[in-house]
Design a protein around this ligand. Structure first.
Ligand code: CA
Length: 255
């Protein structure tokens, strides 16, 4: 199906309960969720329907700022980004996204000038497709960027000079083995899987502790301070563990 010529039909979106977040959990490269930032309703409906059918649960944002917010909240496996958006351009979206997320971004645009393509790559896009394109073509691009980014699901995770080996449950910093409790190891590995991306306390509660999130519960905060201590950091030291106020935490390469 050429998406430049989609029929005037409205398609339902995937219900929230059906949206899976599994890109970092070893469910396989097909099971990633997509955030589609696209203001053309015909195109976004047709694309999200086609991607859902191909096993990519898709959330649509119809402007740039909603897109950035959705990506930060959902931490998807892939972002498909239009350049011509009603509020800010796709270039601005990339500029806002890159400091907080390393999610693979495929720019999908009608613009095919070299200058636009180069600018998108320079701002951190991972791939660029020009409209019109087939959904099969986009799905192949999604598989390719997911494959390239799936080093994150390998046994060893690397963030700067941190090495996290999930097979042996050991971690080291600058070659020195870290002394971590099993929970601290799990917390570190979870943050490392999403390196560069903000992870909410709620997600940590449900995925590391397997507990419902209670705002007043300090379990996560306490473990984060222990993790910082194990890494020789403080909350103010601008090290590997960064707090993003009001949103959550992220693990970054501080070098
Ligand atoms: Ca557009």
């Amino acid at each position: 199906m050429e998406l430049g010529a989609v029929p005037m039909r409205r398609y339902g979106r995937v219900p929230a309960s059906a949206k899976l977040r599994c890109s970092s959990h070893g469910y396989g490269v097909n099971m990633v969720d997509v955030v589609l930032i696209e203001d053309d309703p015909e195109l976004s409906d047709a694309l999200s329907r086609a991607l859902n059918k191909q096993g990519y649960p898709t959330t649509v944002a119809t402007n740039g700022l909603d897109g950035v917010k959705t990506v930060v909240e959902r931490a998807p496996g892939v972002v498909v980004l239009d350049l011509g958006l009603p509020d800010i351009s796709g270039f601005e979206v990339l500029k806002m996204l890159r400091p907080v997320s390393s999610v693979p971004v495929i720019v999908a645009s009608a613009r095919h000038d070299d200058a636009d393509i180069i600018r998108a790559f320079d701002l951190g896009a991972d791939d660029y497709v020009t409209k019109p394109f087939s959904t099969a073509h986009l799905a192949a691009r999604i598989r390719a960027v997911v494959r390239r980014s799936s080093v994150n699901v390998a046994d060893e995770l690397r963030v700067g000079e941190l090495r996290i080996d999930r097979a042996s449950h050991t971690a080291s910093l600058r070659g020195e083995e870290l002394t971590l409790s099993p929970k601290l190891f799990q917390l570190l590995a979870h943050l490392a899987e999403r390196q560069g991306q903000v992870v909410s306390k709620k997600e940590l509660c449900t995925e590391v502790w397997d507990l419902p999130y209670v705002e007043t519960d300090k379990t996560v905060d306490v473990h984060v301070s222990w993790l910082r201590k194990a890494l020789g950091e403080t909350a103010d030291s601008n090290g590997y563990v960064r707090t993003v106020r009001g949103v959550g935490l992220k693990l970054v390469d501080p070098r």
